[in-house]
Unconditional design. Structure first.
Length: 539
């Protein structure tokens, strides 16, 4: 039996096979990697689909008594609508940022039975402006007036699904394997996603959105893990970053599809049914050899490595396959660690709480800005497309900036502070006269927080010591999901005071950027391999 020297051998063994024999990013890996990258497109589209599926439109009370009134053919539809509103809908003070003024009420109408100016609540439903959106969840399920909060709850239900998916599919992939979990997540996206399009009410829609959110997280997370497990150490940063570009493409694809598909249920089907195509990966993509070795399935791991070598046109000595079982014997001898280990030690606890807040804030601001694109003014579809497009240079920046003198800590801090400042500055932008200023600031905020999202993955993995690295990343991801769940509720807070959500995004982001400076720099530092080293790191 070979002597193994700590976790350095644990990381080195399979990576040595890649580097010395299989190639770190050979033909076989490239083929599998880019196919896995395609799986990031649909999760991104579903992540922000609510912007278009449940888009808010102008609405007013339906008054059946006016159905008998007919406008002259010479009059426009807009003129007829205004004339009917004049007779049936009272005026009220506008709460729009563009200034005060009188607008038609959304939730009240004149009581025609009293022949006075007495008003009553809408008792026969609503009429919706369908000039832009022909059909939305907002319109179909009447998410207006006293039912307005249900729209935000359906978004939070989707975010809760992300939380469930992060925990459930993550654990499942460690138990049954990466590939079976990917297939299950694809089915979970296709079947409940399709059922979502035929929801009879907002309650059913919200329940199906939980499943869609879980599948979205499972598909992206597991494909990300499998893709990075197929490459060598020198290509891991590249592999982790490029798949994020496909996530951005999915966001831009959503804006493109939504522009041409104005019925929410058709758009939902177009985003869900294509997930079945990924079931073909069962016969194309291999299971992770790293996982197979870890669960003592040496013969399957060896078969994949042999096929790998054949496609890459290299030779792997038989001695390599013999060493796999010895290597796993070392892994089994390692004691398991629990989540309590990262909060038991005081310095580890401080760093962990700092990282938890970072993940929570980044997710809150990221999803808050993304789901708010329809409220920026201007063209909804262009705003959403730009929101996805700005992530591409952001992810590019996240590859190079942490490797400069800025390092991880200042890169993370500066991007978070920039995101917060951009959010705060939107409050002072002329909303009505020069909308492009507010939109530009929002895009700068989205750019900065997207870069922070990519950097925090690297930073966190380097701060946690090896025995609790996976546990720490998992808990951090759970904090991010909590931020995602809260983000849609900013819609409700906006009804109290419209600038309040942006103030919250800006303040929390700036604070996160400042507390990041309390964390140790990890660039060019030897990573902690034990809990003791993790406690001393940056102390």
């Amino acid at each position: 039996m070979k002597k193994f020297r700590g976790d350095t051998y644990k990381c080195r063994k399979f990576d040595d096979i890649l580097g010395e024999y299989l190639c770190e990013f050979g033909t076989y890996q490239k083929r599998c990697y880019y196919l896995l990258c395609l799986m990031a497109i649909l999760p991104a589209s579903h992540a922000f689909a609510q912007v278009f599926l449940a888009a808010e439109t102008e609405h007013w009370c339906y008054v059946p008594e006016l159905d008998e009134n007919e406008c002259s053919l010479k009059n426009s539809v807009m003129f007829c609508q205004d004339m009917m509103k004049n007779h049936s809908i009272p005026l009220e003070e506008s709460s729009n940022q563009c200034g005060s003024g009188l607008v038609y009420s959304n939730c009240e109408r004149y009581d025609n039975k009293t022949y006075t100016n007495d008003t009553i609540k809408c008792n026969h439903g609503w009429i919706y402006d369908r000039s832009q959106y022909k059909s939305t969840v907002f319109q179909e399920f009447n998410l207006v007036c006293n039912r307005y909060y249900l729209g935000a709850l359906s978004s939070s239900a989707h975010m809760a699904g992300l939380f469930i998916g992060a925990v459930g599919f993550g654990a499942l992939s460690d138990r049954i394997g990466r590939l079976p979990t990917l297939m299950l997540s694809a089915l979970c996206m296709a079947i409940p996603g399709t059922a979502c399009a035929f929801s009879p009410n907002i309650q059913a829609y919200s329940i199906f959105r939980v499943f869609v959110g879980a599948s979205q997280m499972g598909m992206f997370m597991v494909s990300f893990v499998l893709a990075t497990e197929l490459v060598g150490p020198s290509k891991r940063v590249f592999a982790g970053a490029v798949i994020e570009f496909y996530f951005s493409f999915g966001y831009m694809l959503l804006a493109f599809l939504a522009y041409f598909i104005r019925y929410w249920w058709i758009l939902q089907l177009c985003l869900s049914i294509p997930a079945t195509i990924f079931l073909l990966y069962w016969w194309i993509i291999p299971e992770s050899p790293r996982w197979l070795i870890a669960v003592e399935k040496y013969e399957k791991a060896a078969a994949i490595i042999r096929k790998w070598a054949e496609v890459n046109k290299v030779t792997v000595p038989n001695s390599v396959y013999e060493e796999l079982s010895e290597y796993n014997g070392y892994l089994k001898s390692k004691a398991a660690c629990s989540s309590l280990d990262i909060i038991r030690l005081p310095n580890m606890r401080k760093k962990s709480l700092n990282l938890f807040y970072n993940w929570f804030t980044i997710s809150l601001v990221y999803y808050g800005l993304s789901l708010n694109t329809s409220n920026l003014g201007g063209n909804d579809y262009l705003n959403a497309f730009m929101s996805g497009a700005v992530e591409i240079p952001a992810y590019t920046l996240s590859i190079f900036l942490p490797e400069t003198r800025f390092g991880r800590r200042w890169s993370q801090s500066s991007t978070l502070i920039l995101a917060g400042v951009a959010c705060i500055l939107t409050l002072f932008a002329p909303v009505c006269e020069m909308q492009w200023i507010g939109i530009t600031l929002a895009m700068i905020g989205k750019f900065a927080v997207s870069a922070a999202f990519a950097i925090v993955y690297i930073f966190s993995a380097e701060i946690y010591p090896t025995p609790v690295r996976t546990i720490g990343m998992g808990l951090s991801s759970m904090c991010a999901r909590i931020g995602g769940i809260i983000a849609p509720q900013m819609i409700l807070i906006k009804t109290l005071w419209e600038p309040l959500p942006i103030i919250i995004f800006g303040a929390t982001s700036i604070l996160a950027g400042l507390v990041t400076l309390l964390l140790p720099e990890t660039r060019h530092q030897k990573l902690p391999e034990t809990l003791e080293e993790g406690e001393m790191f940056g102390k």
